[in-house]
Design a protein around this ligand. Structure first.
Ligand SMILES: [Zn+2]
Length: 431
C-alpha cells in the first residue's frame, strides 16, 4: 500500500505551470490528499508549519510528464529484438513475450514504471495484455491508463474474444489502484477482424472505456488493408482466415467498423492523408506520435504539421523498449518540433496538457493548478535561467532525462535524482 503523503511545499527557481506564464521564484503546495493546494510566487504560497519543504533553486518545476504510448511489460526486452523487417520483428516480439513467466512480466513492468519516473514521466498510456502493468502501477503508486489488448483476426473469434475481454477488464478494474484506469485496445488491423472492432466499439461506448489502437503504422499493414496483399495477408491465408474487405486506407477501414465512434487514441497514424485526418478530427480522436519508433522501423513519419493545423489532439509516446532505447520523451519531442515547426512552448504541451487530454485525464493532470494532482517533474536548469523566462521552454526542450532532479506523483517523491545515481528510485520515496 502507498501511504498518503504529508503536506508538501516545493519551491524552485521557476515554476512552469503550462496553464499560465512562468513564475520566477515560485512554489507549489501539495495537500495531504495529493492534490495541488496552491501555485504561485514563493512569497504568496502559504507555508504551513507542518509541511515538508524542498527547495530547488536552480531548477524548474513542470507538470509531471505524460507518455501516451508505452508497453511497460516489454521493458525486459530492451535491445533484445533486432530484426530489420517489421513483420519479422513483430512476430519475434510476440514469441519472446510468450516465453516470459508471470514473475518476469511483473518485474519487467515494475522496472518500466521506475524507468518512467527517472525520466520525469508520471503518467503512462500503456498497452499490453498480461495485466502486469495494472499491478505494477497499483503496487508502486504510479499513474496510468492501461489499455487491455484484444486479438482475433478471424471473424468467428469475435464473440469469444469480446466475452473474454469483458471479463478481463472487470478483473483488472477490480484490482487496479486509485491511480490506474483500465481501457481496451483492439490491437491492429492484422490481428483484429472488422467484426471484433465493431464489438469492441459497442463495449467501449456502453461502458465509457478509453480505447487505444495501433493504426496506419507500416506499409505492410497498408498492403493488407487496401489491397489484401503482403506478408500479413499471406499469414492470414496460411491460417485459413477469410480475406479482408479492403478499404481506401487504414483509417477508412476503421471508420467502417464503427470503432471511431469510441474516440480511440490512434497510435502512430503514419500512413495517413488529409481525408484520414479529417475523419479522426470529426470523431474527436487523439493521436499518439511515436516518431523515434517509426524511424527505427523505417515506416516514415506521420504528417505532424497537417495534424497540428487541424487542431487534432496530440500526445507523444515512446513506444516499447523493444523499439526504442529509452522512455525519455524529449528526443521524440524534438523530432516532432522539427517536422511541425512547433515552438518550444507548444511542444511542451504535447507531453503535459495536450497529452493529458489525449488520455481523457485533462481535468486531473497536465497543468499545475489547484485541484489537480500534485504530479511534478523537477528539471535542472543552468544558473541564471531565472532571468530569462521567455527562453525557459526552449532550454527545457534541449534537455534530457539526465536533467530530472526529482519526480512526484500526488505529492509523493517517487524519484530523487539528488540522492545518488538512484538505481532504485522507490527506495527514496516518502512511503
Ligand atoms: Zn506500440
Amino acid at each position: 500500500m502507498v501511504r498518503t503523503p504529508d503536506l508538501l511545499r516545493i519551491s524552485a527557481g521557476a515554476i512552469y505551470p503550462v496553464s499560465g506564464p512562468v513564475i520566477q521564484h515560485g512554489a507549489v503546495l501539495v495537500h495531504g490528499d495529493g492534490r495541488i493546494a496552491a501555485v504561485g510566487p514563493d512569497q504568496e504560497v502559504p507555508r504551513p508549519g507542518d509541511a515538508a519543504t524542498v527547495d530547488f533553486p536552480d531548477a524548474v518545476v513542470l507538470p509531471g510528464l505524460v507518455n501516451v504510448h508505452t508497453h511497460l511489460e516489454l521493458t525486459v526486452l530492451s535491445g533484445a529484438i533486432e530484426e530489420e523487417d517489421f513483420f519479422d520483428w513483430i512476430r519475434h516480439v510476440r514469441r519472446a513475450k510468450q516465453e516470459l513467466s508471470p514473475e518476469q512480466l511483473r518485474a519487467s513492468a515494475e522496472q518500466g514504471v521506475r524507468d518512467a519516473w527517472r525520466c520525469g514521466i508520471t503518467t503512462v498510456g500503456d498497452t499490453g495484455d498480461s495485466g502486469a502493468v495494472v499491478d505494477a502501477l497499483s503496487r508502486l503508486g504510479g499513474r496510468g491508463v492501461v489499455f487491455q489488448e484484444v486479438f482475433g483476426p478471424h471473424p468467428d473469434q469475435a464473440a469469444g474474444a469480446i466475452a473474454a475481454l469483458e471479463t478481463r477488464v472487470a478483473e483488472l478494474a477490480a484490482r487496479a489502484g486509485s491511480t490506474v484506469r483500465v481501457g481496451v485496445s483492439p490491437h491492429a488491423p492484422y490481428t483484429v477482424s472488422a467484426a471484433l472492432y465493431g464489438r469492441v466499439a459497442e463495449l467501449a461506448v456502453r461502458d465509457a472505456l478509453p480505447v487505444a489502437l495501433h493504426i496506419a503504422e507500416s506499409p505492410a499493414e497498408v498492403a493488407l488493408v487496401t489491397r489484401g496483399r503482403g506478408p500479413f495477408a499471406e499469414l492470414w491465408r496460411g491460417r485459413g482466415i477469410p480475406g479482408i474487405e479492403t478499404a481506401r486506407s487504414p483509417i477508412a477501414y476503421l471508420e467502417r467498423t464503427g470503432i471511431l465512434q469510441a474516440r480511440p487514441l490512434a497510435i502512430h497514424a503514419v500512413q495517413t492523408d488529409g481525408e484520414d485526418l479529417d475523419a479522426l478530427c470529426a470523431n474527436d480522436c487523439g493521436v499518439a506520435l511515436c516518431l523515434q519508433s517509426n524511424g527505427r522501423h523505417g515506416h516514415g513519419f506521420p504528417p505532424v504539421a497537417a495534424m497540428v493545423d487541424r487542431g487534432l489532439a496530440l500526445g507523444v509516446g515512446t513506444d516499447s523498449l523493444a523499439s526504442v532505447e529509452s522512455l525519455d520523451l524529449f528526443p521524440d519531442l524534438r523530432l516532432v518540433c522539427e517536422r511541425a515547426g512547433l515552438g518550444a512552448g507548444a511542444a511542451l504541451r504535447l507531453v503535459t496538457a495536450d497529452a493529458a487530454k489525449v488520455l481523457w485525464l485533462d481535468s486531473e493532470i497536465g497543468t499545475l493548478e489547484p485541484g489537480k494532482w500534485g504530479d511534478l517533474c523537477v528539471r535542472r536548469l543552468a544558473p541564471g535561467i531565472r532571468s530569462e523566462p521567455a527562453g525557459l521552454a526552449r532550454r527545457v526542450l534541449q534537455g534530457g532525462a539526465e536533467d530530472v532532479l526529482a519526480t512526484y506523483v500526488a505529492g509523493r517523491c517517487v524519484y530523487d535524482g539528488r540522492a545518488d545515481n538512484n538505481p532504485d528510485p522507490v527506495r527514496h520515496s516518502r512511503t
